[in-house]
Design a protein around this ligand. Structure first.
Ligand code: MN
Length: 505
């Protein structure tokens, strides 16, 4: 069976989706899960784009034990130098350089001739090759490029040393038949094509990202670039879980395999959702809440007799647990620790003590603790010891015939700040009070509240978007008390902004 390499770009292309930006710690947590799931290459960012991107790539490259870590770079020497600096500590570093090849991009964006683009691409690959052996080249907007020109540039970059050549459908324009033809054309016309691996990178603007990737694999591509939950620019990228499960479920059609541990798929999807707050639609293939739900009576009847009547793959195969493990008041440290490790978290002993305390507090307020509760707790508490602002206590006075007032005490680097404010309702009053405690201009852009699980004692999870000194940042908070979760979400946003500021300094 032919091995297909899975190149995950959740932390680069995926992070470019609105609302999906992550802190270094969040990216590292996601990277650890991606490594556990078995991705072959992990594109961790675009090193030259920002100091934060650079540090995230470097941190991830140094932390990965087996996974190859790549950084994106334009075909410019300074981009490639920066990419190399970021990935060089990794076990299998890769530089991924690109230049646009379509006439539309060459004329309107790069203002370059086709010949100049080939020269730049070749120079970039050679420059990267001085540093390391694993160099990927992408012909941006390949699917709207002249096919014979693509043949020329692909031949030239392979000659210069590119070991992977990516033919991206940057704007999600191609169709399965056309893409099959294009990949076949390159296989047939590029004389040295056997010396490199063909990669594909498809966007979902017409909803065909996965179908196009599938067609390309059939034509001989052996690396697929994709993202968890299909996040990415505009309509997103081909979804990792869909292409992997298609290969897995239809091995009869396609004699290929990949190294993904499919039982880690659900976990990866959930973790990404928790980190970014961007949920998948309920009917999303493989990882949507309804992907394995059977509603109609006829279907249920069939399922009860024989699961394969309406089920082409099992929920267990993607790691969806049928039985929900619950923890509660009587669960000890071991049970909690085991569960946390199973959920893919790596936490320090001190951090664990803090989580255990928070867990016990939660048990006093809520009878059963589901995975969702634990996930929410972990997501808001892990890494918390480094934060600048922490809630100590608050008092709110509110009613329908009075002005709401809030007193909030915040610990700022070990010093208590007490502020008082009035507002339109309890949450506005609390937010006005906290604005006085933080030295920045803070605007609330979006606010959502949702119950984490079913039941009257469920925790309320608040997700919000702030604009701090003009920069957008998201925050989340969770508590059985919705005013407390609102305050926590606000502080979470402020703390994330502080972390980002430090990273850029
Ligand atoms: Mn892309």
């Amino acid at each position: 069976m032919r091995k297909i390499m899975i190149f995950d770009t959740t932390l680069r292309d995926g992070e470019q989706s609105p609302g999906c930006s992550m802190t270094i710690q969040e990216k590292l947590r996601m990277a650890r899960q991606l490594e556990k799931m078995g991705v072959d290459v992990l594109e961790a960012g675009f090193a030259i784009a920002s100091e934060g991107d650079f540090q995230a790539i470097q941190t991830i490259a140094n932390a990965m034990k087996n996974t190859s870590v790549a950084s994106l770079a334009r075909s410019l020497p300074r981009d490639i130098d920066r990419a190399y600096e970021a990935v060089k500590g990794g076990v299998a570093p890769r530089i991924h350089t690109f230049i646009a090849t379509s006439d539309i991009h060459l004329q309107h964006k790069l203002r370059m001739s086709r010949e100049q683009a080939i020269e730049s691409a070749v120079a970039a690959v050679k420059h990267a090759k001085h540093y390391l052996s694993d160099v990927e080249f992408s012909a941006e907007d390949a699917t709207r490029s002249d096919w014979n020109y693509l043949t020329q540039i692909v031949q030239a970059v392979i000659h210069a040393g590119a070991t992977t050549v990516n033919i991206p459908d940057t704007v999600g324009y191609t169709t399965p038949e056309e893409y099959f033809e294009l990949i076949s054309h390159l296989k047939n016309t590029v004389p040295n094509i056997e010396r490199a691996r063909i990669s594909v990178h498809c966007h979902n603007d017409l909803g065909m990202g996965v179908a196009n990737s599938w067609a390309a694999i059939r034509a001989g591509a052996d690396q697929v670039e994709c993202t968890v939950n299909g996040i990415g620019e505009r309509a997103g990228n081909a979804a990792l879980e869909e292409i992997v499960m298609a290969m897995h479920t239809r091995r009869d059609k396609m004699q290929v395999e990949c190294g993904i541990v499919t039982t880690e798929i659900a976990r990866s999807s959930e973790l990404l959702t928790t980190i970014t707050g961007v949920k998948v639609q309920p009917h999303k293939a493989i990882v949507g809440a309804n992907a394995f739900a059977h509603e109609s009576g006829i279907h249920q009847h069939g399922m009860l007799n024989e699961r394969t009547t309406y089920e082409i793959m099992t929920p267990e195969s993607v790691g969806i647990r049928q039985t929900r493990l619950v923890l509660g008041k009587h669960s000890g440290k071991h049970a909690l620790k085991d569960r946390i490790v199973e959920m893919g978290y790596e936490i320090e002993p001190d951090e664990f003590e803090n989580i255990f305390k928070q867990f016990k507090d939660l048990c006093d307020r809520k009878k059963t603790i589901y995975d969702e509760d634990l996930e929410a707790l972990l997501a808001s508490k892990v890494g918390e010891e480094n934060v600048k602002y922490r809630l100590k206590r608050f008092v709110i006075n509110t009613g329908n015939e009075m002005t709401s007032t809030a007193v909030v005490v915040i610990d700022h680097d070990g010093e208590d700040i007490e502020t008082v404010a009035i507002g339109d309702g309890p949450i506005d009053a609390a937010y006005q009070a906290m604005r006085k405690a933080v030295d920045a201009e803070i605007r609330l852009i979006d606010y959502k509240i949702e119950a984490v699980t079913d039941g009257g004692d469920a925790q309320g999870e608040v997700r919000l978007k702030l604009e701090i000194n003009g920069e957008p940042i998201s925050g989340r908070g969770v508590s059985t008390d919705i005013i407390e979760s609102s305050i926590q979400a606000f502080l979470h946003g402020v703390n994330r902004w502080e972390q980002r500021k430090e990273r850029q300094a």
